[in-house]
Design a protein around this ligand. Structure first.
Ligand code: BGC
Ligand code: CA
Length: 257
């Protein structure tokens, strides 16, 4: 039977005019190629399905790129805001500097005769007003001698409420002016050692350089005397240290110019 089939194939091949063995090997190789191709496709599909990490890696890269882009945008936004704030601050500073220069220029203009006259009139009016309130002008300062009596601290507060402070004596002329105006009255002056561990200082924090202590003073009697007063003796050297809680008159001073 097999013999008969082979023979039949060979007869057919002969009928087509090509050797039967050649035709067979051609068909076999075609089948083989087809098989190879399919196997390769299946392998490829397997490899693809068995290796999802490659796909994930790609997606992760995409997400990272997106996040980086987002961060870059945020950074750009922050940089823009910072630059804008810096620009605004600098603009404000420039404006205030311009205002200062304008003010300086305006003050300079005061020296024009008409403006100067107005300026002096203003000062005269101010002094007339302060005179009415009991202030006395001496050199570049105004002085007010209280009619009431109080402790050193409360006296100082009263001066501060008047836009002044307890008097600071910087020259012999000022000392003599006060002696003249106080006569036999005692009065607190702006000198104390209570906050400075025994070192006498004026109320503006400056050191005591020119002193007008009365004989034997300051003696810190009973270790309680930390405030300075005009002693009530009309002498050039009439300061005394006294207990700050004592009540007496006081002298305020404020500068005019
Ligand atoms: C005063 C002292 C002063 C003394 C001088 C007293 O009345 O309170 O401050 O040192 O007199 O004698
Ligand atoms: Ca004393």
């Amino acid at each position: 039977m097999e013999m008969r089939d082979d023979m039949y194939v060979n007869v057919q091949d002969l009928a087509r005019g090509r050797p039967a063995s050649e035709e067979l090997s051609y068909e076999n190789s075609a089948i083989e190629r087809y098989h190879h191709q399919k196997t390769a496709e299946v392998d490829k599909a397997h490899t693809h399905a068995a290796n999802p990490t490659k796909q994930n890696r790609g997606r992760r890269c995409y997400i990272v790129a997106l996040v980086c882009l987002g961060l870059l945008c945020v950074l750009l936004l922050i940089a823009t805001i910072v630059l804008w704030i810096m620009f605004t601050v600098e603009q404000d500073q420039l404006q205030s500097r311009l205002l200062n220069v304008t003010n300086e220029r305006d003050q300079f203009k005061i020296h024009q005769p008409q403006k100067e006259a107005e300026y002096l009139q203003g000062i005269a009016a101010y002094l007339a007003n302060t005179k009415q309130q009991g202030w006395k002008l001496f050199h570049t300062s105004l002085y007010h001698i209280s009619s009431e009596e109080n402790t050193w601290s409360k006296s100082r507060v009263n001066c501060q409420e008047r836009g002044a402070d307890l008097v600071i004596i910087n020259s012999v002329e000022e000392q003599e002016f006060l002696v003249e105006n106080l006569g036999h009255n005692r009065a607190w002056i702006g000198l104390t050692n209570i906050n400075y561990e025994g070192i006498w200082k004026w109320v503006d924090g400056s050191a005591l350089t020119t002193e007008y202590w009365n004989n034997g003073e300051p003696n810190n009697l009973n270790n309680h005397e930390h405030c300075a007063e005009f002693r009530g003796i009309p002498l050039k050297t009439n300061w005394n240290d006294r207990q700050c809680s004592e009540k007496e008159q006081w002298v305020c001073e404020k500068t005019v110019f």
